[in-house]
Design a protein around this ligand. Structure first.
Ligand SMILES: Cc1ncc(COP(=O)(O)O)c(C=O)c1O
Length: 371
């Protein structure tokens, strides 16, 4: 930031500067997002929102995971924050007690160790180099896990190198952290800026992974100060209390603008999530606890049955989707049931819903306990 201040001063003095000092997009925020922000201000949306964010934005973010990554996330697990920075601070405060340690890649995003320090925890830098693509690996995590270590924070892609952790390696890190009863936090702020590859979101690894993201980079909204996190459902009450105390809520006009950024997506419709999963028809993968055709994480062919923890579909809130809207939806349901077989449809939480039904009940997807 000091270099940026100096560069801006030089620019003001007439020098031609190419900025390479902070992660700022070159372009201004796209017009539809700006317009939505202006409309929100004119409509008087200038008051606090709930601490965890506008319900429709939380729902839209959940919809983003369904449509973009084929991962069903309950809107209740989303917290809208002032940038990824706000999310990282909340996560550190929620997960770590004074004296506990979180492993970080070194070099890495320098603010992370300060977020840890703010809550009297400690960020422990693990030296990384070209041999591991400047990222942590499961082997490094195992080697550096100490008696006070409680978690691992990775950025994928990383800062400052932009390198990506291969999906299988991230799954191995997750397994190593989980085996030690710790937390895996994945900062995906640059995830939409991966070119030439289609990397899965860590949200698909399981509900116990805490995912951080932001509207700053991909949506060109650095100055709007808006990000989010996904956390296990049971942590949300603590995160809400922390958010209320630390910053009350994320900026209201920015949240309305972000709705335009996401194209007013809705909470995941299970059927659409399944359809959008790139790679065609899907089944539940027992190995990675996700929907997959050939599992993106473990690369194994998924089993066709639900894992025992989700064998009986939990009841979604606020009310279960009822799809009683006539012959069209009934025939579609019959077609799906014929295609997937009776056992698949009865064991699956995916419930075919008609368009009318979806409009009436945008709904939350079922949630299941952290395994
Ligand atoms: C890896 C990483 N995480 C988080 C942030 C914070 O982003 P923001 O608070 O603007 O969303 C940055 C900013 O550059 C970053 O590089």
């Amino acid at each position: 930031m000091a270099v940026l201040t100096r560069a801006r001063a030089m620019q003001a003095a007439g020098r031609d500067i190419v900025h390479m000092e902070v992660g700022e997009p070159d372009f201004a925020t796209p017009e539809p997002i700006v317009e939505a922000g202006i409309r929100a201000l004119r409509a008087g949306h200038t008051h606090y929102t709930p601490a965890l964010g506008l319900p429709e934005l939380r729902s839209a973010i959940a919809g983003y995971y369904a449509a973009r990554h084929g991962v069903a996330v309950a809107a209740e697990r989303v917290a809208v924050t002032p940038g990824a920075s706000g999310a990282l601070l909340l996560v550190m405060a929620a997960l770590f007690n004074p004296g506990e340690e979180v492993l970080l890649a070194d070099p890495g995003y320098p603010c992370n160790r300060h977020f840890a320090r703010l809550v009297e925890a400690a960020g422990v830098g693990v030296p990384v180099g070209p041999e591991t693509g400047f990222q942590l690996t499961a082997e490094l995590v195992e080697r550096h896990w100490g008696p006070r270590t409680r978690g691992v924070l990775v950025a994928n892609p990383g800062n400052p190198t932009g390198t990506v952790i291969p999906a299988a390696e991230l799954a191995a890190i997750h397994a190593a952290v989980r085996a030690r009863g710790g937390w895996l936090i994945v900062d995906e702020i640059y995830h939409e800026l991966i070119y030439g590859a289609d990397e899965p979101s860590a949200a698909g690894l399981g509900e116990d992974v805490v995912v951080v993201n932001s509207f700053s980079k991909y949506w060109l909204m650095t100055g709007w100060r808006l990000g989010w996190l996904l956390a296990p459902a049971f942590l949300m009450a603590a995160i809400e209390r922390l958010a209320q105390n630390v910053f009350l809520a994320a900026p209201t006009p920015a949240q309305h603008a972000a709705l335009a950024a996401l194209g007013r997506r809705r909470a995941p419709c299970w059927r659409r999530a399944r359809r959008n999963w790139r790679g065609g028809a899907t089944t539940w993968c027992r190995n990675c606890a996700g929907w997959a055709s050939a599992c993106r994480w473990c690369r194994r062919a998924p089993s066709t049955s639900m894992p025992t923890s989700v064998a009986s579909p939990p009841t979604p809130s606020p009310s279960p989707p009822t799809c009683s809207s006539g012959p069209a939806s009934r025939s579609r349901r019959a077609a799906i049931s014929a295609a997937t077989g009776p056992s698949a449809t009865s064991a699956s939480p995916i419930r075919p819903r008609s368009r009318a039904c979806r409009r009436r009940w945008p709904g939350s997807p079922p949630t299941w306990p952290v395994s």
